[in-house]
Design a protein around this ligand. Structure first.
Ligand SMILES: [Zn+2]
Length: 103
């Protein structure tokens, strides 16, 4: 014989007996069920939905980080280019300064 979970209607307090399998299913899928007097019952924020929300949030977070990473790589490359140009300018100025002293 299967086990039953005894719950009570949130409106009329009537006893509701859910078979173990149905109990677990309603807990994870969040679908409605009824008390003997026809009142709708539902488990709030079922585990599956809660986990799916967290997964979605983390996916979005990872995507945002990947975008930021791309942007930063682009910026770093830009700075490297500027640095290279400045080094060349400094070198040219140093040579000019050296030449001026020699003259
Ligand atoms: Zn009821």
């Amino acid at each position: 014989m299967s086990e039953y979970h005894e719950l009570h209607c949130t409106e009329c307090k009537a006893a509701i007996f859910l078979e173990e399998e149905n109990y677990k299913r309603r807990l994870s899928d969040g679908k409605i069920f009824f008390c003997p007097n026809g009142h709708e019952q539902v488990f709030r924020e079922p585990t599956e939905r809660k986990l799916q929300k967290q997964i979605d949030y983390l996916h979005q977070h990872v995507e945002a980080l990947e975008e930021e990473n791309k942007y930063l790589h682009h910026a770093i490359n830009g700075y490297k280019g500027q640095l290279g140009k400045l080094k060349k300018k400094i070198k040219a100025l140093e040579e000019l300064h050296h030449d001026a002293r020699v003259l």
